[in-house]
Write a protein that binds this ligand. Structure first.
Ligand code: CP
Ligand code: NVA
Length: 301
């Protein structure tokens, strides 16, 4: 049984195949070519955190593939009242053909896969955000034509996004540099893996990370679940911002990505955001196509 629990579980070839399918599905949608690969299939979508893009892209994606999606808020599920994941997994496996879950702990996603008998898709945990990064890779290839000889830099928190971007970039053969405070580095094991498998730098200097970069990426300073630390984080991350001064050290044709939602004036200036809005909203659109490719890859008979 194939799952999407984290990007590090997938090979470079599997990621490439998925991106090729996402391109094909995008082409088919734009040209009104039917692609109902999941007729009669149902996806459960468990949300323990808020979402705009993930919810809508998976729900519309299932509809466009001929299937059905159920929005399952943890406020309403018995899981929110303490029903064990191992029981929830076994029950939902009897009704559904796949589950997408957004939650806090990576272990909950891994446990759903362990106890259930249907494909599980990670729609974001505190550890990683593989679905977003598949859309990011799709957008980079669309705009740059290749991953060869590209440098991606991430500015900000060593969080779920930077963990997945690091894995995705290195697997696709890109150089990856992150600028973050010493106290907020990405996952240590993933950094070791990145250093052993590609060109990887972790620095506290934004200019060093962004130097000659082809792709600059950032994310919020306080992620979902860290709202109570927001003020403290504003102090810690001050300076970890994509602005025009930083863009000046990157390549002149560098692109900017942001998974959204964005906080203008914090991790990115309004000026840079608007100058790169085409890339950022292509990235948001590509969530739909990439997520459809994930659904077909995991759920098609
Ligand atoms: N980028 C992303 O995952 O957005 P949502 O939180 O709106 O799903
Ligand atoms: N790091 C952010 C990503 C949101 C899509 C969060 O976890 O809130």
């Amino acid at each position: 049984m194939k799952h999407l629990l984290k990007l590090s579980d997938w090979s470079a070839q599997e990621i490439t195949d998925l991106l090729d399918m996402a391109d094909q599905l995008k082409y088919e949608k734009k040209n009104n070519i039917p692609h109902k690969h999941l007729e009669g299939k149902s996806l459960g979508m468990i949300f323990e955190k808020s979402s705009t893009r993930t919810r809508v892209s998976f729900e519309v994606g299932m509809y466009e593939l001929g299937g059905n999606a159920l929005f399952l808020s943890s406020n309403d599920l018995q899981i929110g009242r303490g029903e064990p994941v191992e029981d929830t997994a076994r029950v939902l496996s009897r009704y559904l053909d796949g589950i997408m879950i957004r939650t806090f702990e990576q272990k909950e996603v891994e446990d759903l896969a362990k106890y259930g008998s249907i494909p599980i898709i990670n729609g974001l945990t505190d550890y990683c955000h593989p679905c977003q990064v598949l859309a990011d890779l799709m957008t980079i290839r669309e705009h740059k034509g290749t991953f060869k000889n590209l440098k991606m830099c991430f500015i900000g928190d060593g969080n779920n996004m930077s963990n997945s971007l690091m894995v995705g970039a290195i697997k696709m053969g890109m150089e990856f540099a992150i600028a973050c405070p010493e106290t907020h580095k990405p996952d240590a094991e993933l950094m070791t893996w990145a250093a052993e498998n590609g060109t990887f730098t972790c620095t506290d200097s934004v200019k060093e990370a962004a130097k000659d970069a082809d792709i600059l990426v950032t994310d919020v300073w306080a992620s979902m679940g860290q709202e109570g630390e927001a003020n403290e984080r504003k102090q810690i991350f001050a300076g970890y911002q994509i602005n025009s001064e930083l863009m000046a050290v990157a390549k002149s044709d560098a692109m900017v990505l942001h998974c959204l939602p964005a906080h203008r004036g914090e991790e990115i200036t309004a000026e840079v955001f608007e100058a790169h809005a085409d890339e950022i909203f292509d990235e948001a659109e590509n969530r739909l196509h990439a997520q459809k490719a994930v659904l077909v890859t995991l759920m098609k008979d």
